[in-house]
Design a binder for this molecule. Structure first.
Ligand SMILES: *[C@@H]1O[C@H](CO)[C@@H](O)[C@H](O)[C@H]1NC(C)=O
Ligand SMILES: *[C@@H]1O[C@H](CO)[C@@H](O)[C@H](O)[C@H]1NC(C)=O
Ligand SMILES: *[C@@H]1O[C@H](CO)[C@@H](O)[C@H](O)[C@H]1NC(C)=O
Length: 328
């Protein structure tokens, strides 16, 4: 919680920055790791009638990520405008995150379409509040025009409630050990908000020798299509029974969750969630359960790629051939 002293300090920093540049607000994480912000507080000194472009730049330390959550969102829309499709020619808010060396647009929002929770995987997140309406018009309505948000700088993925062990040596690795929990839940970073870009997360399952793990998806929304491969620039989920990279396993993406539970072949299982630097979705929510092998003979979801049937038929042909030779 912010005490009054901190609030005053934040306001002071805001004034300093705003005085320096007309409508630019720079927030860094040097003193406070979280705070609140309201559209009323920005652009204070800008002329009241002209359209303005207010930039809010949230900049953390190199190892920090940034989360933004909107608690109120109602941008001004003139009566004669319909903003169901686009935000051009009306007040709007856009968000960009830094991926690599450039800024990448997440989306734009207007009217009452509240942005989902946002999270950057880098240390820079930028918002831009574009107003076409005049300040007088915005203030004259009783509709609480504007937005309010909460922001937070953090070094982890903010997934403490997932009850997984975090491997600090890796950028994003969570392990689930059946000796600690025989079942539980797992989800994508920032769920149910948009998952961050350029992220490679591993969810590792360690069971007892006689156990396998069973993963069931309750929610699934991974931006991508077809086989989710590089040519489609898709984000994807992939399962592997091995610690090494497993190219043959099929990738999952899109809005349909894998049918039925996903089962591991042995007591080790690895799930990879990989996102690229364009487009995002709201991720996944699943539960897992370690079960002893006898009980696990329920239908196994085929993990191998369906288009690799040529290879499949060739190897089955080979097997059949060997079988025939053995019989002779
Ligand atoms: C806005 O446009 C959409 C389709 O583009 C339409 O369904 C909707 O009824 C329109 N709303 C108003 C208030 O005109
Ligand atoms: C946002 O609003 C500004 C000012 O009205 C406009 O110039 C810009 O095109 C809008 N952005 C989008 C993405 O529609
Ligand atoms: C799982 O937890 C048990 C008990 O805490 C521990 O002995 C074992 O080494 C852990 N396994 C892995 C793979 O971390």
């Amino acid at each position: 919680m912010l005490d009054i002293f901190h609030v005053i300090l934040i306001l002071l920093t805001q004034y300093v920055y705003e005085a320096a540049s007309e409508c630019q607000l720079n927030i860094n994480s040097e003193n406070f790791k979280e705070g609140q912000l309201s559209s009323e507080k920005i652009g204070r000194f800008t002329s009241s009638s002209l359209p303005t472009k207010c930039q809010i730049s949230l900049q953390g330390y190199p190892n920090e990520k940034i989360s933004v959550k909107f608690t109120h969102f109602n941008l001004y829309v003139p009566d004669n405008k319909n903003v169901t499709k686009r935000c051009t020619e009306v007040d709007n808010l856009s968000a960009d995150v830094r991926v690599g060396s450039r800024l990448s647009r997440i989306d734009e929002w207007c009217g009452k379409r509240t942005p989902p929770n946002l999270m950057s995987s880098s240390n820079l997140l930028q918002l831009e509040y574009n107003t076409k309406s005049s300040k007088a018009i915005r203030e004259s309505t009783n509709d609480d025009i504007g937005f309010r948000l909460e922001y937070k700088f953090h070094t982890d993925w903010n997934m403490g409630t997932m009850k997984a062990k975090v491997d600090k040596r890796k950028e994003c690795r969570f392990s689930f050990n059946s000796s600690e929990h025989t079942n539980g839940k797992l989800w994508s970073a920032n769920y149910p908000g948009l998952y961050p870009r350029n992220m490679y997360c591993e969810y590792i399952f360690h069971g007892r020798n006689d156990q396998v793990v069973h993963i069931h998806f309750e929610y699934f929304d991974i931006e991508g299509f077809n086989q989710c491969d590089e040519t489609t620039q898709s984000d994807y989920i992939l399962f592997s029974n091995y610690q090494t990279h497993d190219r043959t396993n099929r990738r999952f993406c899109g809005k349909t969750a894998p049918k039925g539970p996903i089962l591991s072949e042995s007591n080790y299982f690895r799930m990879i969630f990989s996102t690229n630097d364009i487009f995002d979705a709201t991720g996944f929510y699943a539960h897992y359960q370690f079960i002893t092998q006898e009980k696990s003979q329920i239908s196994r979801v085929k993990l191998t790629i369906s288009t690799s049937c040529r290879r499949f038929s060739f190897s089955s042909f080979l097997l059949l051939f060997l079988y025939v030779i053995l019989l002779l």
